[in-house]
Design a binder for this molecule. Structure first.
Ligand SMILES: C[C@H](CCC(=O)NCCS(=O)(=O)O)[C@H]1CC[C@H]2[C@@H]3[C@H](O)C[C@@H]4C[C@H](O)CC[C@]4(C)[C@H]3C[C@H](O)[C@]12C
Length: 324
């Protein structure tokens, strides 16, 4: 399970939880403007916008899970197993392999609106990065401070949905996830009133009862509703520290604790990492399952006119500050 959210205070923030039962060996990667992105069908992008995000590097190529570019455009891929459908190459289309999608969009678009334009002629192909690496079955959240869209490549073709809530999880398809919010429109951060019956003297005996019924389990649909409720009602100051702190609290609502979600072979799905990008300042913050201290990498501290990737291995051990 994974959850991606957007959050806007003075700056625009974007991030995700990456929930899985194993890692692919990811690290924080800055791709500078002159790193040559070689596409399977679209030639080589010799210069492009710089980007920072989480990626697995294979044969020197950054396979991004999520990233933000220097213009503040953000994009994340989340599991969409059983629904994602990639095609063979098509004539008159921009044929982009699933693993090239993030560089393709972030390399050349400065806004979600511009990305939507490119999506009109895209075909996501089923090329493998190498033969033992099948394409990840994903759908994507693309966002900037003005709005967000969800992109789903399904049997019928590419679907692009306006995403007014700025949240994405996994299955079912996005339209169904959104529809489910109708079932929760009575939830509120305020104390509830008795609408049940005037003949009964019901009372709110605890704080937080306005959101009674908010689903608490780890299923994708439940995390969607919980992340949406938390994000839409989140209040924070607008300084960098207050915003980043609040962002991690929003994603704190959908963390996966080891032991609560068992997968095949007796393994457990956990929140391997949680990320938060300040899209305006090109800063990538993260925590890991065992490292609650926020670690940061600033894209603009790198030489972005370079051709080489800058790589930052994750700091994964718990950092405890002793007070005595
Ligand atoms: C497993 C990750 C998604 C996590 C997620 O959504 N979990 C939900 C679990 S569930 O369905 O709800 O059960 C996805 C997100 C990005 C994916 C990676 C990126 O797409 C980059 C490459 C793409 C290659 O084709 C496959 C390896 C890979 C390195 C992918 C491995 C894996 O599929 C990742 C890491």
């Amino acid at each position: 399970m994974c959850t991606a959210v957007t959050y806007c205070t003075r700056d625009f923030y974007f991030g995700r939880t990456l929930d899985y039962d194993r890692t692919f060996g990811e690290e924080v990667v800055v791709t500078p403007r002159k790193y040559p992105f070689k596409f399977r069908c679209m030639g080589t992008m010799e210069t492009h916008y710089a980007m920072i995000g989480m990626a697995h590097i294979a044969e020197g190529y950054p396979l991004y899970y999520e990233a933000v570019n220097e213009k503040g455009l953000c994009m994340a891929g989340l599991n969409f197993v059983g629904n994602a459908d990639y095609k063979k190459e098509m004539l008159d289309r921009d044929n982009v392999a699933q693993f090239e999608f993030i560089p393709w969009i972030l390399g050349q678009c400065d806004s979600a609106a511009q990305a939507s334009g490119l999506l009109e002629r895209i075909n996501l192909t089923d090329h493998r990065f190498y033969s033992e690496l099948p394409p990840a079955q994903l759908h994507w959240l693309i966002a900037d401070r003005h709005g967000a869209v969800t992109v789903e490549a399904v049997k019928d073709g590419i679907r692009v949905y306006d995403n007014p809530v700025g949240v994405l999880t996994n299955n079912p398809p996005f339209e169904e996830q959104m529809f489910q919010l109708n079932n929760y429109m009575h939830l509120s951060p305020k104390e509830p009133q008795n609408h049940f019956s005037e003949k009964l003297s019901l009372r709110a005996y605890s704080r937080g009862m306005g959101a009674l019924g908010l689903p608490g389990d780890l299923s994708s649909q439940s995390r969607f509703v919980r992340a949406a409720f938390t994000k839409m009602n989140a209040v924070s100051g607008d300084s960098e520290e207050e915003s980043v702190s609040q962002f991690f609290h929003i994603l704190g609502a959908v963390q996966n604790q080891r032991g609560c979600c068992q997968t095949d072979g007796g393994r457990y799905e956990i929140t391997i990492y949680t990320s938060c990008c300040n899209a305006d300042r090109g800063i990538y913050y993260y925590t890991t399952y065992e490292n609650h201290q926020i670690t940061a990498v600033d894209m603009f501290r790198e030489n972005l006119e370079e051709t080489q990737l800058a790589r930052y291995p994750l700091i994964t051990g718990e950092q405890i500050r002793w007070e005595n």
